[in-house]
Write a protein that binds this ligand. Structure first.
Ligand SMILES: [Zn+2]
Length: 100
């Protein structure tokens, strides 16, 4: 089952305890604890992937920095890519915590 996490959260907040399969062709229902377990498993995987992507982006950013001498021209592709990487890394720190 691939539940829509936002929809499940909304249903849980509204007091739902039984959840239909997201595929209308599948006539299975899930208990709250099953939905919660599934959601937490997905969150753990997503968090691990986010850490991996942060490490990769940080490394790419360092390489870009040394290759372009941290270009701050304000318009070239290197500058824009660096700016985007910095923005994403700052957001990762906010979302994943201080170890990011
Ligand atoms: Zn530049």
């Amino acid at each position: 089952m691939r539940h829509d996490l936002a929809a499940d959260l909304k249903a849980i907040r509204a007091g739902a305890t039984v959840f239909p399969d997201p595929d209308p062709g599948v006539r299975t229902e899930y208990e709250l604890h099953e939905v919660a377990e599934h959601a937490i498993e997905r969150a753990i995987k997503a968090e691990a992937l986010a850490w991996e992507l942060v490490a990769a982006l940080r490394r790419i950013s360092e390489i870009l920095d040394s290759a372009t001498c941290r270009c701050r021209c304000g318009f070239c592709e290197y500058f824009n890519a660096q700016k985007r990487a910095d923005k994403a890394l700052a957001k990762a720190k906010e979302v994943l915590g201080d170890e990011a």
